[in-house]
Design a binder for this molecule. Structure first.
Ligand SMILES: Cc1cc2nc3c(=O)[nH]c(=O)nc-3n(C[C@H](O)[C@H](O)[C@H](O)COP(=O)(O)OP(=O)(O)OC[C@H]3O[C@@H](n4cnc5c(N)ncnc54)[C@H](O)[C@@H]3O)c2cc1C
Length: 326
């Protein structure tokens, strides 16, 4: 997102970089410093702009809300005031504030009282092209203040970008390994958003944290505790019940083409190199029928769904319909 000058202006940081900078174990020992002409972190900023929704809630990038940015941006306003000084000018550019958690709204109010200037509007551009004396040597955030309906130019020393939380680039590989599907946004898909928020399509594999969707630490910890509890309760049983309607591959017919392996959405089929045939792991198979529907040699079958059984069911239904005269 070039308009924000990341990588062009040395004092435009991502939130993750700022998090590191303000951390006691970070490069400055937790001191909030900006880069000088030589690129070294030496000076304290006198003014800071925090930009929300960089790549989130944006149809050109990610439509979803990254959920944690409003609150960590508020945390930064507080940290800057506390560490750099209460006279530091802090500007927070937001679309709307999402302070949904316990105590979050109260924290927002506290940051307002501490003197942070909240501007409702998305910054369009960060530039160093000064138009006024007070803008000389500064980064200028150009935005529309949608509450006042006017264009604003805010000169600052430091810009922090609240960049979108994205699914990891290798999430697809991890998903294939564990038989977990990804949604359109790349995050792992839960079995059901309300009835199975920790479960996945694969029994015994549970989700916790930001691999499922952006979430904050309290939500991550709750979800992780739930997922651990579910895994433990399965492990404590010592054995797994397998549904009867799962797939089976007849080893006498299988030609070893492995088409079924690519088709199985649960990663339940493996190739037995020694025997030269594909085999279904009954503990993982969900009996969806993808393999049996496509098997070119008709070796993959769904148990209890033999052709004779299906035809018998159809005959039964036809008989019942004939009896009622329709
Ligand atoms: C800038 C920023 C500031 C934030 N501030 C706050 C805050 O103040 N308060 C708050 O509540 N939340 C905050 N959050 C959100 C918080 O970071 C998350 O809620 C939390 O990190 C989620 O934990 P997690 O375990 O799901 O993911 P992560 O913390 O990302 O941990 C996942 C781990 O898995 C590892 N991993 C990934 N893939 C693989 C693989 N294939 N093999 C092995 N390891 C792998 C990763 O390296 C990582 O260590 C912030 C987020 C950001 C981006």
């Amino acid at each position: 997102m070039k308009p924000f000058g990341y990588g062009v202006y040395p004092n435009v940081f991502t939130a993750l970089e700022f998090e590191r900078l303000s951390n006691a174990t970070g490069p400055t020992g937790g001191k909030i410093l900006i880069r000088d002409e030589d690129g070294a972190l030496t000076r304290s900023p006198r003014s800071v702009a925090l930009l929300h929704c960089i790549g989130s809630r944006d149809v050109n990038y990610h439509e979803y809300c990254s959920r944690v940015c409003c609150m960590y941006a508020l945390k930064y306003t507080h940290l800057i005031k506390e560490k750099v000084g209460h006279d530091t000018k802090v500007y927070d550019f937001y679309i709307d504030m999402r302070c949904f958690g316990k105590g979050y709204e109260e924290f927002y109010r506290r940051c307002q009282e501490e003197g942070t200037i909240f501007i409702r509007g998305k910054v369009a551009e960060i530039t160093d092209q000064a138009m006024r004396p007070e803008e000389q040597g500064k980064l200028i955030a150009i935005a529309e203040d949608t509450l006042l309906s006017r264009r604003v130019r805010v000169p600052v020393d430091l810009v922090v970008l609240s960049t979108a939380i994205e699914a990891r680039h290798d999430a697809g590989d991890v998903g294939r390994l564990f038989g977990v599907n990804q949604g359109a946004d790349g995050f792992f898909l839960e079995e059901h958003p309300k009835l199975g928020p920790l479960n996945t399509a694969t029994d015994g594999v549970f989700l916790a944290g930001c691999c499922q969707k952006p979430m904050d630490i309290p939500d991550t910890v709750s979800q992780a505790s739930g997922a651990a509890g579910k895994a433990l309760s399965l492990a404590a049983l010592g054995k797994v019940e397998v549904p009867p309607t799962i797939s089976w591959i007849d080893p006498d017919i299988c030609i070893g083409c492995q088409v079924c392996i690519g088709l199985c959405p649960y990663g339940a089929i493996e190739f037995n190199e020694r025997k030269g045939v594909s085999e279904v792991n009954p503990a993982v198979c969900k009996g969806c029928g993808s393999c049996s529907g496509f098997c070119p040699s008709d070796a993959a079958r769904s148990r209890h769904f033999k052709s004779e059984q299906i035809f018998a069911e159809i005959d039964g239904i036809m008989d019942a319909i004939a009896k009622v005269g329709r």
